[in-house]
Ligand binder design. Sequence first.
Ligand SMILES: Cc1ncc(COP(=O)(O)O)c(C=O)c1O
Length: 429
Amino acid sequence: MPKELDKRRLLSVETNDNGRLSSGSILNRSGVQERDSGRMPKSGRSYHVGRPNIGDRRRLMERINDILDRRWLTNNGPYVREFEERIAELVGVKHCVVVCNGTVGLEIAIRALGLEGEVILPAYTFVATAHALQWQQITPVFCDIDPETCTIDPHRVEELITPRTSGIMGVHLWGRPCAVEALSDIADRHGLRLLFDAAHAFGCSHNGQMVGGFGDAEVFSFHATKFVNAFEGGAIVTNSDELARKIRLMKNFGFVADDDVRHIGTNGKMAEISAAMGLTSLESMDHFMEINYRNYQMYGQELDGLPGIRLAAYDESERCNYQYIVIEVDEEVAGTSREELRGLLRANRVRARRYFYPGCHRMEPYKTLFPDAGTRLPYTEAAGDCVIVLPTGTAVDGDDIRMICGIIRDGLDDAAGNQKRRTRQSTRT
Ligand SMILES: Cc1ncc(COP(=O)(O)O)c(C=O)c1O
C-alpha cells in the first residue's frame, strides 16, 4: 500500500462535544498506534519513568580516571568505603554495607537475619521483595495494604502469624515510610525479625528520624532509576554490630581473610565505578530532591480539580525524595479507565507505568502457589488497578509537566464529551 494512502487511512480525526478537534491516530515506526493530540513533543522525544539523574559529569569522570589510574576496580576499594561512610553518616546508622544491587542486598539481609519458614510482606511492591524470600526457599505470606498509605497494614499482619513465621518485611512504598512503630511492636511481641525494603526511601525521614535506622536492618536500592543511583547498587544499613559483621562476610563469599572462609557467602560486592557514581550522585542529592519537589508541586497544580484523579501526597513535614509521581484514577468519577488514560499517555510518547501491577501475588511463581491470594488482598488489587506513575526527575521540566497533564485533561474531556453524547442519544431513543 502506498505510504500516503496508508497514512490517510490511519489518521482518524474526531470532533468532541465542542466541535473541537480532539485527537488523531497514526502508527509510529514500530507499528504502535500514537494519537497525535497536538500535544506530542515536536522533538519526537519520549518521556520515561525513572530516567536517570546524572549529576556532576566532570566529577564522575575524575573519579573514573582515578579508579583506572589506581587499577583498583573492585574488592572493597576506597570509593566503596567512602560511599559506605557517607551513607551511614547521612542516615545516622552505625553500619552501612554497600552491595551490587538492592535485590542481593535483601537476599543477604534475609539470610544474615536467619529468616526461614514464612515471612509476612505486602504484595503491593516490586517483585524483587518477594523473590528475595522465595529465592531462599522462604514462603512469602502476602498481607494487604492500608488503602490510605498503600503500605503494609499492621492490623492485618498479626492474623497472618503462624508457628512458621520468622519475620516481617515492610516496604516504604514511594518513599513513604510504613507503619514502623506498629510493626516494631508486633515483631517485639511475637519474637520476629523486622526488615525494611527501603529501596524507594533513601533520603526520607519518619517522625524526624532518617529511614535506615528502623527494624533490624533496612535495604536501599541505588538502581539507575532511583533518584540517587550507582548505575546498579544497593546498601544494607543496621545498628547491629553482629549483623553487620555477618553481612560483610556474606557479601564476600564468607572470606574472613585470604584463603580463610568461615561462612557460606555470595558475591554481593559493589564495584568501584558504581561507588564513584553513587558518591557523585550523593553530592547532587539535595538538588535532585529540590527538582523532584518542584515537579511534584507542579503536577499538583496542573492536576488540581481534575475529576477522578488523585495525586498521592507526601508528608511535607518530613524529609522526602519525591521520586515518584503517583496518580490514582477513580474510573467512576473520571469517566475513563486507568488503562485508557495510560494508553493515551503512551500514544503521546509518555511511557507512564502501572507500578506495581498486577501485584506480586498475580506473578509467577506466586500466582500458582497461592491462586486465591487476591481474595484476601482487596486493597492491593484496587491499588494495582488504579495507579499510574508519571515521569519526573531532572529530565523533566515545567513544560513537560504541563504537556503530560494536558494529555490527561484531554482524556478526561473526551470521556466527558462521549458521556454527554451517549446521554443525549439515550434520551432521544
Ligand atoms: C520496592 C523495591 N524493592 C527492591 C528493589 C530491587 O532493587 P534493585 O533493582 O537495586 O535490585 C526495587 C527496585 O526497583 C524496588 O522498587
